[in-house]
Design a protein around this ligand. Sequence first.
Ligand code: GLN
Length: 201
Amino acid sequence: MADDCLHIGILALQGNVIAHASHLQALGARVHEIRRPGQLNDLDGLILPGGESTTMLHFLQQDGFWAELQHFASHKPCFGTCAGAILLAREVQNPAQISLGALDITIERNAWGSQRESRIRSIALADDIHTLEAVYIRAPRIIRTGSAVEIMAMDQNDPIWVRQGLSMATTFHPELTADLQVHAEFLRGIRSQMSSPPGHP
Ligand code: GLN
């Protein structure tokens, strides 16, 4: 697509699409709701939103959508929140289910007891200057990160925001607060790769 905007898709089969769209638009990106295979072709990146990963899998396993998404996730930037993080993981537990393997993490679904099923916590980032509000809704827990995975934020002993290459995942919902920093980081990575593609220092 020949314009200066980043074109970002949001997987819109189920779940929390609108809040992601308004964050992306506030950051100047063009948003495309993705519902069918064939719609991924011209995107600069894709958000896999929160919702229910099993329901999304049900729709994704039709009409060749899964193979197309797996191909996209293997070489294009993806950002998964909560259920989207589950879809992007290499391995899913509780129970095991298929996943895209775009991030070398193992993730446990619905990992918190009922008391902590849904909660909001204030998280200090590694620079000790910035904070973020982490909204958790029946959140998964990242229980393993591979050596190529960068941990962007922790909540006590748990990684809650991880990145590998240009793809990233959060176990919380950054689209549900007014803070744009997580989405901005996703777009910043995509733009920086465009201005210096691999092999062109
Ligand atoms: N519990 C959901 C799942 O396992 C994720 C919840 C969410 O996305 N808020 O897919």
